[in-house]
Design a protein around this ligand. Structure first.
Ligand SMILES: Cc1cc2nc3c(=O)[nH]c(=O)nc-3n(C[C@H](O)[C@H](O)[C@H](O)COP(=O)(O)O)c2cc1C
Length: 158
C-alpha cells in the first residue's frame, strides 16, 4: 500500500495554501498519497490515528501561528496528547525582516509536536518572503529529498 500523508495548512493570505497544493501534487507524483487539510476548526483529534503529517504554516502577529491555526495549536497545548505514532515535516513561511520572530509559526509547531513525542523527519524548511524566491518552487525542490528521508524512516520502522 502506498504511504499516506496529511498536509495541515496554516495561512492568513493564502501563500501557505499555494505551497501545500504544490507539495500535495509533488507527493502524489512520488507515490505518497497526500491530502490537504486547512487547519480551520481542527483540534488535536486530527493526530489521533497517528501517521505522517506535513505542517505548512506562515507566521503572524508577534511570531504567532495564523488565526486559522490558533485553535489546533491551543488544543494541542491544553490536551497534550501522546503523539509517539506521529512523524512530521515542517515547511515554515516567514519574513526575515521580522528578525526576532522569523518563521516562529512553523518553529512553534515543531517544538510543540516534538514535546508531545512526535518525530520530525528532516530539517524545518524556513522560507523567507523577503528573499525573492518563490515559495512554491522552494517547496517542490525541498520535498524530493524529504520524501527520501520519510521512506527511509518508514523502512527502518517496518
Ligand atoms: C502583519 C504581519 C505580521 C507578520 N509577522 C511575521 C513574523 O512575526 N515572523 C515572520 O517570520 N513572518 C511574519 N510575517 C510574514 C508572513 O509570515 C509571510 O509573508 C508569509 O509568506 C505569509 O504567508 P500566508 O499568505 O500563507 O499567510 C508577517 C506578515 C504580516 C503581514
Amino acid at each position: 500500500m502506498e504511504p499516506r500523508l496529511t498536509i495541515l495548512v496554516g495561512t492568513m493570505t493564502g501563500t501557505a495554501q499555494l505551497v501545500a497544493d504544490e507539495l500535495g501534487d509533488a507527493l502524489n507524483a512520488h507515490g505518497v498519497a497526500a491530502r490537504i487539510l486547512p487547519m480551520d476548526g481542527l483540534d488535536a483529534g486530527v493526530f489521533a490515528g497517528g501517521g505522517a503529517f506535513l505542517i505548512c504554516t506562515s507566521t503572524y502577529g508577534q511570531g504567532d501561528v495564523p488565526d486559522n491555526a490558533q485553535k489546533l495549536y491551543a488544543d494541542l497545548e491544553r490536551t497534550r496528547p501522546d503523539l509517539q505514532t506521529v512523524v512530521f515535516g515542517v515547511f515554515a513561511l516567514g519574513d526575515r525582516t521580522y528578525a526576532q520572530t522569523f518563521c516562529f509559526g512553523g518553529k512553534r509547531f515543531d517544538a510543540l509536536l516534538q514535546s508531545l513525542g512526535a518525530r520530525r523527519i528532516g530539517e524545518v524548511m524556513l522560507h523567507d518572503a523577503s528573499a525573492g524566491t518563490i515559495p512554491e518552487e522552494v517547496a517542490v525542490a525541498w520535498i524530493g529529498p524529504w520524501i527520501d528521508q520519510f521512506r527511509r524512516a518508514r523502512d527502518r520502522a517496518a
